[in-house]
Every structure is written in C-alpha cells, then in structure tokens.
Design a protein around this ligand. Structure first.
Ligand SMILES: [Zn+2]
Ligand SMILES: [Zn+2]
Length: 245
C-alpha cells in the first residue's frame, strides 16, 4: 500500500472532519474485507479492469441538450424536443445497463468508496468539464436506507471537485417528500418532483448539478429550476450514468 493513499482526501476541522471520521472507518473496513468485483464476482477489486473497460461509455454523437445518444449530433432530440428544460446541458459517462446498475446499487447500498472514485474517474475521462464556478448535488431523500456518507451524488461531486478544481457547495434541500420515481410514467415523474427542491443559499452564476443516474431528467430538471429561481444563470447536469431509451 502506498503511504500517499493513506492521506485523507480533505483535511480541515469542524463538520468536514466529523464526516471524514465516518468515512475513514468505512474505508478501513473496505481495505480489510476481501475485494470482489460487483459486476462479475472476480476477486481482487470492487470493479475489475475487464468490467470497468466494458462499461458502455456515452462517447458517440449526442443530443446537445439532454445527452441522449443519437445517430448524428443534434441540438434537440425526440426525448427532449418541446420540453422546457431548466438545465443547459446534461452529460453522463456511461449508459445505464445491467453492469452499471450493479455498480450503482453496490455504491448506494454499501457506500463503497472505491466505486465512487471509479465513477468520478469515468466521468472525468468521458465528460468535458463544464464552464462553471461550483459543483452541487441532488440532496438525499428521507430514505433511511441511504446511510450517512453513502449518498452517491455527493460522493461523485466530491470526486469531481478534485479533478475539475471546483468547490462543492450543498446548495439544495428537499422542499417536500416525493413518491418514489421508479415505475412512474414520464409525465407523472415530472409532476411528482415539481417543486421538490429549494435553494438553501444563493448559487453562483454557473453551477454543475451532479447526480448518480439520469433517468427521465425530471429530478435534475426540478433541482435545476430551484437553482435558476435562486439566481443561477446556467446549470449543467453531470451524472455517472444515463438511462437510454
Ligand atoms: Zn468484473
Ligand atoms: Zn435531447
């Protein structure tokens, strides 16, 4: 083990230190437990090089607006044409297939730091850095099963902050509880999350909004609306994965 890898990613005092103490305990556990690839089960690491390289990257032509893969570059696609979107652009590193689903759920349920780091690296390799002043993330919902420190959106924002040299600002809060989005039709998803977020403080003019998975764009759209209403002029959405229809 390299000594440099023992250094805490972010030093400092106050609440950050407290969060790190929790993170360090998890991280030590991760070091002690045998490592298995969450996709294929091979021993050695949480995401083996073969599975990592096999994740379906979104590198081809995309819709300039919502990031859906398209046959050739387009300004708007069938998925987002005619919709009022509060964000300027959405980009993701990989398509949400079965392997990516396994990565995201292991990351969510077990808070695996190595996977958070890998996800940040994949985004960094695939998505150009947006021209922004800060990163923020979709705040966790009231779901108690998401333990403190296991929140993928926040972990991903932390990982990207280092690489993109941008500060992470917790700008958003949940304004109310929403029903689970899973299983709801698209129009219903949008209605369900409308007004679900509020800005906790005034955002900078240009913000990157981070989430783990872009499904219909309804959640990030509602969060981007809250940021825009609070004064952000441009919101770029960046996620690890994207559902492709
Ligand atoms: Zn594997
Ligand atoms: Zn589109």
């Amino acid at each position: 083990m390299r000594l440099s890898s023992l250094a805490s990613p972010s030093g400092g005092g106050g609440p950050i230190q407290k969060r790190d103490a929790i993170g360090t305990r998890e991280w030590l556990l991760e070091l002690l437990l045998p490592q298995r690839c969450v996709v294929c089960g091979a021993g050695g690491s949480q995401l083996c090089p073969r599975c990592r390289d096999g994740l379906p990257r979104l590198e081809g032509p995309l819709c300039a607006r919502c990031g859906a893969p398209t046959a050739w570059p387009v300004a708007r696609c069938s998925e987002c044409a005619g919709r009022r979107l509060a964000f300027a652009q959405a980009r993701a590193a990989v398509e949400y297939d079965d392997a990516v689903r396994a990565v995201v759920s292991a990351w969510k349920e077990r808070g695996l730091r190595t996977l958070a780091r890998e996800a940040a690296r994949l985004v960094y390799e695939t998505v150009p850095r947006p021209d922004a002043l800060a990163l923020t993330f979709i705040p966790p919902d009231g779901d108690r099963s998401v333990k403190r420190g296991h929140h993928p959106a926040e972990r991903l924002a932390d990982g990207l902050a280092e690489r993109w040299q941008l500060p992470v600002r917790p700008l958003l809060a949940r304004a109310r509880e929403v029903r689970r989005q899973r299983g709801l039709p698209l129009a219903e998803r949008r209605r369900n999350v409308r007004g679900a977020f509020r800005a906790r403080r005034k955002p900078p003019a240009a913000v990157v909004l981070v989430d783990d998975v872009y499904t219909s764009g309804a959640t990030v759209g509602a969060a981007a609306s809250a940021l825009r209403a609070a004064g952000a002029r441009r919101v770029d959405v960046v996620t690890f994965a994207r559902v492709v229809r």
